[in-house]
Design a protein around this ligand. Structure first.
Ligand SMILES: Nc1ncnc2c1ncn2[C@@H]1O[C@H](COP(=O)(O)OP(=O)(O)OP(=O)(O)O)[C@@H](O)[C@H]1O
Ligand SMILES: [Mg+2]
Length: 341
């Protein structure tokens, strides 16, 4: 059964495939553990170091893949050795490589300075090489997906922002669920394009991003404001303070995180949260259960250095948190039901 398309695309109202299309950044993380991430000393001792694979969309995709949820990652790497390293890492996490473009030039790299409390600061080199987005047809890119998830960094450059905007519009028109995890500068893009927000079903700002988007310090007020501006459900994550959800059908929740005793690197917490949340919503769970799963996936990721190194499998979550059994069982059922979709 089809509904009238408003952009000339066919809107599917039969069961959409469960596959998520993630669009966004993929980069090498050079992680340095120090006592104070904000120290201005000229020579700072480093107690531990790791080279790992990160980037918001890559972290998100790795977490979804570890939960056995079908995902595609539309991203890019450079032609250097770091590019090989990033591709190997994604393959290890079972993220398909078919939508990763190999560009000539260096890969993106971030130095992450991590304090003993898990707080961190970034020095980011975002590779200037860009995919030629004119070769992509948005409807074809989305053809086997039921959910589009975009990392806000895509909106920071003109070409990728134009492509992302088209993807959102076409996805919305095709009946595909749209979510965005904003970057700190996403707020600037939204001031030029406020009509984007009503096309977004789920928005996942952290506290800082929620403030930048709304000018409001209080995460509850910011979530309400984003929902009032057209976002389907606004989910503001508050680091150790949990999360706030405001959305349709009276959704108005404030949830505390599960106890996390060993926070070593909070990088990727929001990406992991979004992966767990979306997996549960796709499995038909209510927002509260979805946020609970999101917070548990985040808790695993922040217990290890690297943006997705601790990405948990369903079995690992079940072993450490038996109370998640009903949610995880629904995930297993929904993936089996849509396998091959
Ligand atoms: N220190 C912490 N202790 C417990 N839970 C945490 C902590 N930091 C993050 N979390 C969990 O992760 C979720 C997302 O965290 P946060 O708001 O820091 O995301 P973020 O800033 O978007 O992270 P990133 O951009 O690095 O992915 C929180 O809602 C919470 O469940
Ligand atoms: Mg984030």
């Amino acid at each position: 059964m089809y509904l009238k398309p408003s952009l000339g695309y066919v809107r599917r109202v039969d069961a959409l495939p469960q596959r998520v299309l993630a669009v966004g950044d993929l980069m090498v993380e050079l992680c340095f553990v120090v006592s104070n991430a904000w120290s201005t000393e000229p020579d700072i001792p480093v107690f531990d170091q790791r080279i790992s694979c990160g980037g918001s969309a890559a972290n998100f995709s790795a977490c979804l893949a570890q939960l056995d949820q079908p995902v595609r990652l539309l991203s890019q790497v450079g032609s250097d050795d770091f590019g090989n390293y990033l591709l190997e890492d994604l393959a290890n996490y079972r993220v398909p490589l078919a939508d990763i473009t190999r560009l000539s030039g260096p890969s993106s790299v971030t130095a992450i300075i991590i304090g003993s409390d898990g707080d961190r600061r970034f020095l980011s080199y975002r590779s200037p090489a860009e995919v030629d987005y004119s070769t992509f047809d948005p409807a074809s890119v989305l053809s086997d997906c039921g959910w589009l998830h975009i990392s806000g960094f895509v909106f920071q450059r003109a070409d990728s922002a134009t492509f992302a905007r088209q993807l959102v519009e076409v996805a919305h028109d095709m009946g595909i669920t749209v979510s965005i995890d904003p970057s700190p500068l996403f707020a600037e893009y939204v001031t030029t394009d406020p009509a984007l927000l009503p096309l977004v079903d789920y928005l996942f700002p952290n506290e800082y991003e929620a403030r930048a988007l709304t000018g409001l310090d209080d995460p509850v007020a910011a979530a309400r404001e984003l929902h009032a501006r057209g976002v389907g459900t606004a989910i503001v994550t508050i680091g150790p303070g949990g999360c706030v959800l405001v959305g349709g059908q009276g959704t108005n929740l404030q949830l505390a995180t599960p106890a996390v005793s060993n926070v070593v690197d909070s990088t990727g917490a929001g990406d992991a949260f979004a992966a767990g949340f979306i997996a549960a919503i796709q499995a038909g769970q209510m927002p509260e259960a979805a946020a609970t799963l999101g917070m548990h996936v985040a808790a695993s990721v922040i217990a290890q250095i690297g943006g997705h190194c601790g990405a948990p499998s369903r079995q690992q979550l079940l072993a450490s948190h038996p109370e998640l059994a009903p949610i995880l069982a629904r995930l297993a059922q929904s993936t089996t039901a849509t396998e091959g979709a």
